[in-house]
Design a protein around this ligand. Sequence first.
Ligand SMILES: [Zn+2]
Length: 144
Amino acid sequence: VSAGQQLPEPNWAARPRPARTRDTDFWWDGLAAGELRIQKCLACARLQHPPEPLCQTCGSDRLGWTVACGLGRVFSFVVYHEPRIRDWTYPYVVAVVALDEGTRVIANLTGASADEISVGDRVQARFPSAGAEHALLAFEPVSS
Ligand SMILES: [Zn+2]
């Protein structure tokens, strides 16, 4: 990719379907509904991601979720060129995003060129469809 060229849109439907569990159903259902749902402990109010069967802070099994606003900042990122997987598009960027709510998620970052992305950039969630009743999480830059 030459300087300034926008990353190609990933072929979302080529991504393997995740294994769903009782602990992660709310996450996948949220993405399909256009919501970024983050697990929240009903005992101590701590947010955690990825979803777990128990609160990693207080040990409670009383867990629910809250809808995050979808805004955050790039905490870290990598640009993938290899290894090549059939039907995927390259390069692609995977970022650790620090959400405004105070937890971090990992997702693709789209809508920019790889050399424009910097740690600290303001980003916003999007929910690309990856097939019937299945969506994924991605982020794209927004002006801060
Ligand atoms: Zn807790």
